[in-house]
Each structure stands twice: as C-alpha cells, then as structure tokens.
Design a protein around this ligand. Sequence first.
Ligand code: ATP
Ligand code: MG
Length: 425
Amino acid sequence: MVTLSGWIYKKREFGKKIFVDLRAMGNREYLGRIIQVVFEASRMDTEEFKTVKKLGQESFIVVSGEFVENVRAPGGVELHVDKLISYYLAEKPYPLAKKKHSPDFLLDVRHLTIRSPRYQRIWLIREALVDYLREWYKKDGWIEVYPPILTFTACEGGATLFVLDYFGQEGYLSQSAQLYLEVMIYSLGKVFSLTPSFRAEKSRTRRHLTEYWHFEAEAAMYRFEDILKAQEESLAYAIRKLLENDRFYEWIKEFRGDMDILNNIKAPFPRITYDEAIQILQTKGINIEWGEDLGADEERILSEEMETPFFITLYPTEVKAFYVKAYEEDEKRCYSADMMAPEGYGEITTGGEREDRIDVLIERIKREGFDPQNYFWYLDIRKYGSVPHSGFGLGIERTLMWILKLDHIRETIPFPRLARRKTLI
Ligand code: ATP
Ligand code: MG
C-alpha cells in the first residue's frame, strides 16, 4: 500500500474507470513526469468514486493504493487506487485546459504555466546545471562569494543601467558582480558568484532578459589563457554530468532532438581571433568592418555551422568594457574573449584579463562617461599588491537555452523580465 499525492494534469473517464495523469509531489523522482492513477468503481467507495468524477484539472488529491506494472502506462507502472484520502478542488474551467495558446497569453498566466511537466523539467535541468558548475569550481579550489546587488558604479556601460533612488543618492541595480569580485580576489584568491544581473536592454531579442542570472568568476594570477581554460573545462564538465543522468539525458534529447553536439563536447574549445571572425563574415558577404562589435546576427552566422562551443578572442579594445587589458603588441586589441555556443546561439560568456594601469583605467572610465571618483575603491586595489588577474561571466539562461535548443530565453526562467512586456507577475 502506498500513498500518493499531487495535482491532476489530465483526466479521462470511461464509465466505471477513471484515468488520471498525476503531477505527483513529495519525491524528486516524481517531478518532470506524470504518474498514471487508475480509479475503478468496483475497487473503492461509491461516494469517493463520485467525488473523483467532479475533480477537474489542477485539483489536488491524496490517494492510497498499489503500484501495478503496465507497459502502456508512462514509466511502466500505474497506481490502482483503493481510497481517496483527501482532495483540494480546482475551479473549472482551468485556463490552460485547451492545447494551443499564444506566447503572450501563456506569459499572462505564467503563474499557472510554470506547473506543466515541460517546465518542471526545465527547472530541474537548470538546477542541475548550476549545481554542476558550482561543483567544478569548488573542486578546483574557488570560493563562492556574495557581492551586492545595490551598486553605485556602472560596470557595463550607462545605456543599460537601471537607476534607483538610494535615500537621495543615485544607485543602480547591479549589471555584473565583476568589480566586486576583483576586490574579493585579494581576500580569497579565486572566487565566483551567482547573482542576478540587471540590464535595461532596449533591444527586444530572443536572448535578452532585463534580469538574468550571472555566473561570474575571477582569479588572481590567472592570465588570459588560464581563464579560457577554466570556462571550457567547467562547461564541458557540467554538460557531461547532465548527460550522465539518464533522466536528464532523455529530457534533453526530447527538447533538442540531436544529441551529437552535447555528447561530443570536450575541452579545449576551438579559438578564432576577432580578425578571423571579421574575415569569415566578409567572405560570407556580410557588411562589417574591423572595429565593429559582433551583434546577434553576426554571432549566429559564425556559430551556425559549428559543432562545438568556441571562443572569439582579441576583440577591439573600443568595443569592450573599460576594465579589459589591452594587448601589449597592439593596444587597439584586448585580452577579451567571448564564448559562442554553436548551432546559431552565439555568445554565452565574456571573459578575459583585466587592465592594471590606473591611468589607463581612469581614461577609459572617463570615456564611458562615468566619474572616476566613484571608482576610487576599484582603482585603489591597483595600488596594494596588484597582480595580473582574469575572470569571466556566463549567462545561465543563455547557456540553458542552447543546451535545450529553445527558441526563446523566456522559457529558461520562471518569471522572465522582458523589455517588450509590461510585467505584472
Ligand atoms: P550581449 O552582447 O549579448 O547583449 P553582453 O556582451 O552585453 O551581451 P556581458 O556583459 O558580456 O553581456 O555579460 C556576460 C554574459 O551574461 C553574456 O555572455 C550573456 O551570457 C549574459 N547576458 C548578458 N546580457 C544578458 C541579458 N540581457 N539577458 C540574458 N543574459 C545576458
Ligand atoms: Mg559580452
């Protein structure tokens, strides 16, 4: 005899027999799937059977019975119910009972949409992806730290800042933890953090949220090549671990279809220089000049035919943030690299080595239109035992979007914040 509880996902009635697809809870193994629950009039109390007839989608039930093998049931077993112990009614009709809805409607009722087995799977894979990234960094000797979200310095350019009133002083929602991680390396050596980052993105694309989860790492005495290595090894590790889990493997396969690219993921990833990327694009007839940043379209074209993530290195210093280290042989180029996901997905990380020269930093901060005085603490750390250091930031949603081959980033996070939508939930 087992007791099982959960929400009714689907119900089919055949006279004296009722089949329920249950989104069971209480055990991790139940999540992301449905369990077939069979009510048979001859097996249970008449009143209880009548009650089951009344229950609509998303009603909650607690039942007891016996698991019986049935090859036609999802997962090969079904529960034959002896007793309806208790229930919590859902109002009818359930707004999502119909099959087809527009993306906008689904976002309007996001508080309900997130219940489906499809979303349960996305949340579970997301949790595991983060766990495995964390696991790699901890094993490799990095320390997790907790930088602030309320900030007083911009990190990634003024255009995407969310400004707020901090008791009369201008404050911002964090765009990146990076400047604080650079401070923390002088306490702990190798650090990482997972925080939300906020970007007032004007562009309405399939890969931009205004609030996303940012996995960032920074290490003392790491040079450019060292930080590329950490990125490729940690990502390859996290994906390998996901695929080692049979359940995740099956689900990911259902989402993306082809598993070859994920199965074959292996560090090191290929590297091409920004100059090479420009040449490739020009050969393909794209109108782009040296010095321009690569946008979503260019990244799509470059990554479309790739079968592995890869790095684009040595970007023009002008297109990158003020803190990137200029390339010694040619200051127009810098030690910055973006990791591109293949299959057209494009950028999932940006990283590189950091500039150490205070005067250069001050000039660059001014050029961004910021006041160097606000960065006093950041500049100060260059004075006391400053060492070469490197770091990167990875977008969790972008990475998950590629792993699952989803066509919109809104699918990767329960409550997406999107520039084009007034968000009410
Ligand atoms: P993009 O050029 O794609 O707008 P970015 O270069 O401005 O991104 P970075 O500052 O390099 O972004 O941020 C590091 C990582 O954070 C990116 O590589 C990406 O994975 C993720 N990221 C950045 N902006 C967003 C966003 N608006 N929504 C979701 N993820 C983002
Ligand atoms: Mg970037």
